[in-house]
Design a binder for this molecule. Structure first.
Ligand code: KIV
Length: 262
């Protein structure tokens, strides 16, 4: 494989927008891949939109690997990225060991949440030859500590911290960086400050690419949709319609007379 850092720097230089979505299973990964998406992330959002947890802090490595294997079977062209769940990268050595498990499960790159605080972890992963996607801004694995999904970069201090994070992950060898719910003006400044692509989620239009949780994009988790998402489909409503039609069709059939006992 060509060096992903060079490849993604080149895409950014050419102004080519990068598209990324999540998938956690074979049919979804295959559909996204066949549709021409650039990156498929087996995100730990798995915990919320597939496993029914309250947030991503309960997701285990076994769950992530199980779903990474399934998604990998459906991917031919996209770059498959595995997301290190909480407490599986507490030290640089543990981060490398976990990253290797994702590669064995079929991922071609890994992501973890953290900036300056995780430079040693990122360097260890990239030194091991594993392509790395960074994730800064709102970090869902810290949602409980932070008391919610809050927009990042509102204060000067926070904005400076985010720019320092972006520069640090670039230097540590990341080929791209996810910016999660960052004030759009700060996301734009970060995008101008680094040579690797920024991939925004709820961070405005000025990033080099966009990523979404597929369930949000297609209306497959109708109980909650983040404010920044404009769904392109209502798959949840279609499922309800099909199931109601099936129930009606089945219940409407004339029952056969009960078989006799003799
Ligand atoms: O887990 C996930 O799906 C993610 C994306 C929202 C970036 O980290």
């Amino acid at each position: 494989m060509t060096n992903l850092v060079d490849k993604y720097r080149e895409l950014k230089k050419r102004g080519e927008k990068i598209t990324a979505l999540t998938a956690y299973d074979y049919p979804t990964a295959r559909l996204l891949d066949e549709s021409g998406i650039d990156i498929i992330l087996v995100g730990d959002s798995l915990g919320m939109v597939v496993l029914g947890y309250e947030d991503t802090t309960e997701v285990t490595i076994e769950e992530m690997l199980h779903h990474t294997r399934a998604a990998a079977r459906g991917v031919k062209n996209a770059l498959l990225v595995g997301d290190l769940p909480i407490h599986t990268f507490d030290t640089p050595d543990q981060a490398v060991a976990t990253a290797k498990m994702f590669i064995e499960a079929g991922a071609q790159a890994v992501k973890l949440e953290g900036g300056v605080s995780h430079v040693a972890h990122i360097e260890a992963i990239t030194r091991a030859g594993i392509p790395f996607m960074a994730h800064i801004g709102m970090l869902p694995q810290k949602v409980r500590e932070q008391g919610g999904y809050k927009v990042k970069g509102k204060t000067q201090l926070e904005a400076e911290g985010l720019i320092a994070d972006a520069r640090a992950v670039e230097k540590a060898g990341a080929f791209s960086v996810v910016l999660e719910i960052v004030v759009p003006e700060i996301a734009k400044q970060i995008t101008h400050a680094i040579a690797i692509p920024t991939i925004g989620i709820g961070s405005g239009e000025q990033c080099d690419g966009q990523i979404l949780v597929t369930h949000d994009l297609i209306g497959l988790f109708p109980w909650f949709t983040p404010k920044f998402v404009s769904p392109e489909a209502q798959v949840g409503a279609e499922i309800r319609k099909a199931v109601s039609a099936f129930i009606e069709r089945t219940r409407g059939r004339v029952a056969l007379s009960k078989p006799s006992d003799d």
